[in-house]
Design a protein around this ligand. Structure first.
Ligand code: NI
Length: 256
């Protein structure tokens, strides 16, 4: 029997798929993938995300400005994003947040654009998809202030931080990192996180799970991440896929 995988975070607009995107996407259903949320990272990839929603029945989208692209935005960027959310398969604002690892955009600019998009999400009553890389303190401070509904994507923090996020009412999506040998944090988080707050993602084309680590990732590889988490949670693979899929339906207002 084929499982139905819901990948809540992928980037099929990435140039790494330029050569065979259509082929890869059309092969996924057969491999048990039922739902994908493609995450925009700027105006152009958000627009591409909208196009994918039209072209592929299994595709949904998040539109927004990633912190690395928060510089030199057009004045009307918020209304451009708002316009895109009118598409019925655009289900979230994302990915948005803070990135102090690359630190390629001044932090005050990152914070401003993050906050503006949180306000937009609240106005539209849409969930958010949060990117937080090496910026846990400021990200949490802003989340405590705005209290959005949504998910922390590719969560990389400690169990303590995970507890705080759960307390705020948010969910967490885990990806291939949980299968890495040095993934102590991720394994502890997977163990702690309540099943009703957990979702699965790839962040494709990045972060392939073992045994494909380092290779290009696609949504079908979620199986390996799911197997590892099912083992940690002592539930069956089918149950884990079902629970995380239903969590995603609920979070993003999708009727299967
Ligand atoms: Ni991403």
């Amino acid at each position: 029997m084929k499982e139905t995988i819901f990948d809540v975070h992928a980037h099929y607009d990435d140039p790494k798929f330029d050569e065979d995107r259509e082929e890869v996407l059309l092969s996924l259903k057969e491999k048990g993938v039922g739902y994908i949320i493609n995450a925009g990272t700027d105006i152009s990839t958000s627009q591409t995300t909208v196009e994918y929603c039209d072209r592929y029945d299994f595709m949904y989208g998040a539109v927004g400005i990633h912190p690395e692209n928060a510089d030199n935005l057009p004045n009307e960027y918020l209304s451009v994003i708002e316009e895109m959310t009118k598409h019925k398969k655009i289900v979230a604002i994302g990915e948005i947040g803070l990135d102090y690892y690359w630190d390629s955009v001044p932090r005050d600019v990152q914070k401003k654009v993050f906050q503006e998009q949180l306000i937009l999400a609240e106005k539209l009553q849409m969930p958010v998809v949060i990117h937080d890389r090496d910026a846990h303190g400021d990200t949490m401070e802003i989340l405590r202030q705005y209290r959005p509904k949504g998910i922390m994507h590719c969560f990389s923090g400690s169990v303590e931080l995970c507890k705080e996020i759960v307390k705020l009412g948010m969910s967490i999506s885990l990806g291939g990192v949980v299968t890495f040998k040095n993934a102590r944090h991720s394994v502890e988080v997977a163990k702690y996180i309540p099943l009703d707050r957990l979702m699965l993602e790839t962040d494709a084309p990045y972060l392939s799970p073992v045994p494909f680590r380092g290779k290009r990732c696609d949504s079908s590889l979620i199986r390996f991440t799911a197997e590892k988490i099912a083992e940690i949670k002592a539930v069956s693979l089918d149950d884990l896929l079902k629970i995380t899929r239903e969590n995603a339906f609920k979070m993003f207002g999708i009727t299967p």
